[in-house]
Design a protein around this ligand. Structure first.
Ligand SMILES: C[S@@+](CC[C@H](N)C(=O)[O-])C[C@H]1O[C@@H](n2cnc3c(N)ncnc32)[C@H](O)[C@@H]1O
Ligand code: SF4
Length: 451
């Protein structure tokens, strides 16, 4: 089957597997806070000294709304919100620290949003120092943040670099003027060029760009122009996200008509246009929306089979405990998941009352843990060994895998299952064959399409 035909066939709603089970299948009902806290304490004691832990800090504020945006964010121009919010985050972290029997070893720290660079460099300094002073920093710690090219100043980059941040990802989305105007995100190329140059001069090890395909008025030509321009800046990593159109959840997306969006066929062509240009420019397809230059640690880890995946996406650090701080942040204790309240005020109120801000979660069954392991092996290594494959095998799975083998997406042989180079674009679809919970779902509209 031609690659284009496969793109069409596998362009169905499937999760991105930053967790298993995926959120719609969390057993929030039997979930209890005490069990969640017990699981955090348990995994901390089992793995902190050997592997360290990961921290995610959600900073939700943005000065203006990019109408396409599906992130959990809050628009405000009032910077007075910074002080109260950072106090809440530090207080929430102190609450977690009470669970721990020793200082946490911070192996990974990521600040996402919203726009972390909405906060002033002074406040980011207070926040990060406030969090780090209670822990030990791992010698190979990876600190990263998301920056908006329009408001990331040299002072932000300098301050965060001094605090130990060595990776940054910048939101680009698209450089076409008409697309930018439609999504209310005017962002000149010069701004991207400036923040990239300044980050490199300061010594940041890895610079990543976020691009989105499927935005209103995008065409193959505009995507080609965008990609050709950004490639001249040689970002170490690229995320190429499929636009998620969810106007019932994000009314900002009603700022344009559905008819302004590319058709499914066009969207697949946009993806193919971008992907081809990335590969021609020497980027490696990491799988699930990510590309990296061969020298980047993400590509090196993929080759070495040491990639890991958690709520922050692909990562090179394999910890078992991820503590998510801030409104809407998600935590992963290996034995379970939990999410914080999404509204800033509700989150702050809970924390300042000395309560936990968690409002829903999931406890992993043995079967969940097994399936999660299989899915992560495929997503991160592109492989599943024979022993795991045999354990997972059912008649239906065998038939589905045989079809994918005929299509050249996977190879099945003595060492087990392997996703072929040609099959990398369909890695989400391969993972979904192992997802027992999704198979029980009659209506699959909960997830964005694979392409
Ligand atoms: C928190 S933002 C990045 C940091 C900063 N706020 C900025 O915009 O530059 C995270 C990323 O999510 C992606 N994103 C947001 N809304 C999306 C949507 N509707 N569909 C697909 N990707 C989306 C964008 O690529 C965006 O850069
Ligand atoms: S894309 Fe970034 S800056 Fe724009 S609204 Fe979303 S989080 Fe805020």
């Amino acid at each position: 089957m031609q690659f284009e035909e496969l793109l069409k066939k596998y362009d169905v709603p499937v999760p991105r597997y930053t967790s298993y089970p995926t959120m719609p299948f969390w057993n929030t009902e039997p979930f209890t806070l005490n069990e969640w806290l017990f699981s955090v304490r348990k995994i901390f004691e089992e793995t902190n000294s050997a592997k360290g832990i990961s921290l995610y800090i959600h900073l939700p504020f943005c000065e203006s709304l990019c109408t396409y945006c599906a992130c959990n964010m809050r628009v405000t121009k009032n910077h007075k919100v910074e002080g109260k919010y950072l106090q809440a985050v530090i207080q929430e972290w102190q609450h977690y620290l009470e669970l721990f029997n020793e200082p946490p070893v911070i192996r990974e720290l990521h600040m996402g949003g919203g726009t972390p660079t909405f906060f002033s460099p002074e406040n980011l300094n207070k926040l990060i120092n406030g969090v780090l002073k209670f822990g030990k920093i791992h010698p190979q710690a990876e600190f990263s943040f998301e920056g908006h090219p329009n408001n990331t100043t040299k002072e932000h980059l300098q301050q965060l670099y001094e605090l130990g941040f060595n990776r940054v990802s910048f939101g680009v989305q698209d450089l076409d003027r008409r697309v930018q105007k439609t999504i209310n995100r005017i962002q000149p190329f010069e701004n991207l060029e400036r923040v990239t140059r300044q980050s490199r001069e300061l010594g940041y090890q890895s610079i990543s760009y976020d691009l989105v395909y499927g935005l209103p008025f995008q065409a193959c030509e505009t995507v080609e122009n965008t990609v050709k321009q950004i490639i001249t800046l040689k970002p170490d990593r690229l995320s190429f996200y499929s636009y998620a159109h969810v106007p019932w959840l994000r009314p900002g997306q009603r700022g344009y008509e559905d008819s302004d969006l590319p058709s499914d066929v066009m969207k697949r062509s946009l993806y193919e246009t971008g992907r081809k240009l990335f590969l021609n420019a020497g980027y490696i397809d990491i799988g699930m929306d990510h590309f990296a230059l061969p020298h980047d640690e993400l590509a090196v880890a993929q080759q070495a089979g040491t990639l890991h995946r958690n709520f922050m996406g692909y990562t090179t650090t394999a910890t078992n405990l991820l503590v998510g701080l801030g409104a809407s942040a998600i935590s992963d204790s290996y034995y379970g998941y939990a999410q914080n309240l999404k509204k800033v005020e509700e989150y702050e109120e809970k924390v300042f009352n000395g309560e936990w801000a968690v409002f829903k979660g999931h406890h992993q069954s043995k079967e969940d843990l097994f399936i999660k392991h299989c899915i992560l092996e495929i997503a991160c290594k592109g492989k599943l060994n024979t022993a795991l494959l045999e354990q997972a095998m059912t008649e239906t799975l065998f038939q589905e895998l045989s079809v994918m083998q005929m299509e050249g997406i996977i190879a099945l042989s003595e060492p087990g299952l392997e996703v072929t180079e040609h099959g990398r674009a369909f890695i989400r679809n391969v993972c979904s064959l192992f997802d027992k919970r999704m198979k029980t779902l009659p209506e699959k509209k909960l997830f964005s399409k694979a392409i």
